[in-house]
Design a protein around this ligand. Structure first.
Ligand code: SF4
Ligand code: SF4
Length: 341
């Protein structure tokens, strides 16, 4: 049993989705083939449950509701193993109050703890905001936890206020902005380098004036992710598929526990957890002032992708990481203490 373990297993059962949002981090759309076989999904849950630290199983995608009965079975297994569960969805199935209740009731019976709805300008081209509100209302009535993630860009039309002022919000939640505390606006990033439609308020861009406000990555080594290709990743970052260093290996060839044990000794992953990519990149720029990092990135995972890909940053990290190793290891041991033997 590893001394340190992960807190969360995220399963991406398929990249197939009912939507085809531009800049989807997985390039999902309705014609994507393939999914993780159900027997493997259940095996991953059983295997990850051996970590004493594991508390949550997340089902995302693509669109996890396309699994239908299999999703209910997987949620029920995680619940029997004492784990909380979360489904991340675009809400395509919540076409009315009654339909949303019918979809969520069996998941509630299986033990579903929380549902996250994704929406925003791109999502709402495929799934109406009505669905997000029907789904949120049904979840609230059933006592399932709710979160609503909204794409954040400079030029967007769909905002927190759009949802709060929506007639269905007024009808279901009244005028007291009840959904407000469950809404998170998160930068929507350009996955396609040619994309020009993703711009942010200048205040969101990383630079030397705000880098001190950035935190360590809360996902690396605390969330492991199983992909439809049956590969395991060491974080749930939206750019993780473009970062070979966070891929741990094939779930067909290695056990989750072994892959995690190997990854948990990787210094750069510990450093990411302690300081985050923003501070690492800023630190590297002190050694090489030609590193171009300021006012380019709004999302932590964008900065991380740059950190792993930029030759100048990589060179500085290779040459000077020993300057910070003791400090980072000490902070990491406090951040993620070992389980008692
Ligand atoms: S709903 Fe989510 S998974 Fe589906 S295409 Fe849009 S961003 Fe991708
Ligand atoms: S910052 Fe890096 S390590 Fe953390 S979640 Fe994003 S891609 Fe993964």
């Amino acid at each position: 049993m590893p001394k340190r373990g992960t807190d969360c297993l995220t399963i991406l059962p398929t990249y197939r989705c009912t939507a085809a949002c531009s800049n989807c981090c997985f390039g999902s759309h309705p014609w994507v083939e393939g999914r993780i076989p159900q027997s493997e999904i259940l095996r991953y849950i059983r295997e990850a449950a051996q970590f004493q630290t594991l508390s949550l199983v997340v089902f995302s995608g693509g669109e996890c509701f396309l699994l239908e009965e299999d999703l209910i079975e997987a949620v029920a297994l995680a619940t029997r193993l004492g784990l909380a569960t979360r489904c991340v969805t675009n809400g395509f199935w919540a076409t009315s109050e009654r339909t949303a209740m019918r979809k969520l009731e069996p998941l509630l019976d299986a033990g579903l703890s929380e549902i996250n709805f994704s929406t925003g300008d791109n999502h709402s081209e495929y799934v109406s905001l009505d669905n997000i509100l029907y789904g949120s209302y049904a979840a609230k009535k059933l006592g399932i936890g709710i979160a609503v993630m909204i794409e954040l860009t400079d030029t967007r039309k769909v905002t927190r206020e759009t949802l709060l002022q929506h007639p269905l919000h007024q009808r279901f939640f009244g005028t007291n902005r009840e959904l407000n505390e469950f809404i998170v606006e998160s930068p929507w990033i350009a996955m396609d380098e040619a994309a020009t439609n993703v711009e942010y308020d200048p205040a969101h861009y990383l630079n030397k004036n705000n880098v001190h406000t950035k935190s360590g990555c809360s996902s690396i080594l605390s969330t492991i992710v199983a992909t439809p290709q049956r590969e395991l990743f060491s974080c749930c970052g939206i750019t993780s598929q473009q970062i070979p260093e966070v891929k741990l290996g094939s779930l067909d060839q290695h056990s989750i526990l072994d892959m995690y044990e190997d990854a948990s000794n990787d210094f750069i992953k510990m450093w990411l957890a302690v300081d985050g990519p923003e501070k690492i990149v800023a630190w590297a720029s002190q050694f090489d002032s030609s590193i171009e990092w300021e006012n380019r990135f709004a999302h932590q995972c964008e900065t991380c992708q740059f950190m792993f890909h930029d030759a100048k940053v990589k060179k500085v990290v290779r040459e000077y990481y020993k300057d910070v190793i003791h400090d980072v290891l000490l902070k990491y041991s406090m951040l993620r203490p070992s389980a008692p033997s």
